[in-house]
Design a protein around this ligand. Sequence first.
Ligand SMILES: CC(C)(COP(=O)(O)OP(=O)(O)OC[C@H]1O[C@@H](n2cnc3c(N)ncnc32)[C@H](O)[C@@H]1OP(=O)(O)O)[C@@H](O)C(=O)NCCC(=O)NCCS
Length: 293
Amino acid sequence: MNDHFRLIRHSDRAWHDRFFSFVASIFESGRTFSAWGARGGWVDGYDVFAVVVDDQVVSTVGRQSMRYVINGKERNGYQIGAVATHADHRNRGLARLLMNKVLGELDAPDQPVILFANSSVLDFYPRFGFRRLAQSGFAGHIDVHPTGTLAPSLDLARPTDRAWLADHCARASAIGQGFTARDYYPTMLFHLTRQSRIAFRLDSFGAVMIVQQDGDRLLIEDLLATRPFRLTDALPHVCAQPVRTLKFSFHPEAWWPNAESQAFPLFPDEQTFSVPAGMSQTCTTAAFAGHLV
Ligand SMILES: CC(C)(COP(=O)(O)OP(=O)(O)OC[C@H]1O[C@@H](n2cnc3c(N)ncnc32)[C@H](O)[C@@H]1OP(=O)(O)O)[C@@H](O)C(=O)NCCC(=O)NCCS
């Protein structure tokens, strides 16, 4: 058996399909990777650390470079995903080899790295120094009535809408100061490819708002704003029915200062982990700010 390490970068096109087939064979939602790749989501900044046997990918760790904002300071960091080993090659130390390689190549020992873990690996990541973070959402009360005409929404099947969103995401400010990210278009595209969501284009506010309405509850999953504005002015353009409860998948510090922290999970099936240990105890990162399987 001829096994060796391979780094698969954006430019290594010949290897992308082998990676996509591998993750599709492991994860239920693994096919999202190829759909994301077809939409141009794999750009410089996403690398796959892989073990290859006889030209087949058998173990991977994906690494997305991220720009985090932690306590008001911008920090370059990473998000890890696609951690997997083919069932025939498990318990041979392959995932350990790749995790150690990724963590051994950080730019600084305290560089922030986060990941989202399913329930089968909650004891796996702590072996590499990861610590579990609490996930927290926020809620507020409001009385909003729709304008009658919803704001236009983006159609991510269209290349022009994707290019527009990528540019908008690069110009948007961080959503808060505690623990969030900015300029995270590739991970947002992954999330929006995995599950369909409405991304409203609020041109007169310089913003994009990603929401889900359930009766009189409106969940704001992400807000990409290029300038401040009053949320109450924008909300009538993104709701189809009156809204009494607002929920946020992020800490709406500057947008809704009186929102109450609530222990509703941002990702019901996945726990958030981070290194180094000094990071915030709570993950309030916008759902879209970094979530590759
Ligand atoms: C989790 C997974 C990647 C481990 O791959 P692997 O190559 O078998 O792991 P390794 O052999 O390198 O194991 C490294 C260490 O972690 C331990 N370990 C492996 N799987 C574990 C698990 N699920 N939970 C806790 N510990 C685990 C091993 O016993 C080993 O310990 P040791 O170094 O003390 O001997 C693999 O089981 C897998 O692909 N699972 C399905 C995909 C998945 O759910 N990935 C996580 C996405 S969040």
